[in-house]
Design a protein around this ligand. Structure first.
Ligand code: SIN
Ligand code: MN
Length: 252
């Protein structure tokens, strides 16, 4: 792990994301996967299953229940990276590991993330950042994240006017997401900016804006597509509501 160069911050602000290969060593990834395997063997709050297969879809807030993940969530380089991007002190708002199991991991429809934190948690401004660590080889068959570059510049008005009935927190992380982007909006954005699939190898890093339009398809491959996602928020932008469990809505 290490600090990033100023160029990456520029790229983040310009395109809405940047990636870095081999941010973690193979040994560090193996350690995470070892602890994840142990974690999955016991029931924990924040675990979510796929509707069709019943396989585990994701774990939320593992840092609240497990000392290894707590330490990982406090890793100085990762926190420094978030603070560099946000330009102010931050805290961990959300920590999840999406497991997207071989042959059965289901989709994430088109959405942007900020609307959830804004509507459900009362976070005022999009002063958050997603830091993703790849745990597996991720190719086209395994349902990689797909981004619409530059879309972080045009989605704020949509996010702030979202009007959806109250729903259970589980729907916020399901294959039938609570707040999905309108297909007309997605069509216009794609015709303007195109799409970019985020493939990668274990240990690669991806950092993306909470306003970036993204989705991912089902995993049709014989390999899991596990991704660890840490979302940091500026302390000055802390949530004003406490509707959702702490494993989805962290506190400074
Ligand atoms: C997300 O939208 O937060 C994650 C999507 C994925 O795991 O593909
Ligand atoms: Mn998302």
């Amino acid at each position: 792990m290490g600090n990033i160069k100023a160029d990456y911050k520029e790229e983040y602000n310009y395109k809405g994301y940047f990636s870095l290969q081999s941010y973690l060593s193979k040994e560090q990834v193996a350690q995470i996967v070892y602890h994840l395997d142990l974690y999955e063997k016991e029931p924990h709050e924040g675990m979510v299953r796929e509707v069709k297969s019943g396989e585990l879809r994701a774990v939320h807030g593992p840092h609240l229940y497990d000392s290894f993940f707590k330490e990982l969530s406090q890793n100085r380089d990762i926190v420094a990276l978030a603070e560099e991007i946000l330009g102010e002190p931050c805290y961990l708002h959300q920590f999840k590991i999406n497991l997207k199991r071989r042959f059965s991991g289901e989709q994430w429809p088109w959405h942007e993330d900020f609307v959830y934190w804004h509507e459900k948690d009362g976070v005022k401004a999009p002063k958050l950042v997603n830091i993703v660590l790849f745990l597996d080889n991720t190719d086209m068959l395994s349902g990689p994240l797909c981004f619409i570059p530059f879309s972080h510049n045009s989605l704020w008005s949509y996010a702030s006017s979202a009007n959806v009935e109250e729903s259970d927190w589980m729907r916020d992380v399901s294959a039938d997401l609570t707040y999905q982007l309108d297909t007309e909006v997605v069509s216009k954005l794609i015709s303007k900016h195109g799409t970019e699939f985020q493939m990668g190898s274990p240990g690669d890093l991806l950092v993306f804006s909470p306003l970036l339009a993204h989705c991912s398809g089902n995993n049709m491959s014989p390999h899991h597509r596990r991704m660890l996602i840490l979302t940091f928020n500026a302390i000055s932008n802390a949530p004003s509501k406490q509707n959702r469990p702490e494993f989805l809505c962290g506190r400074p």
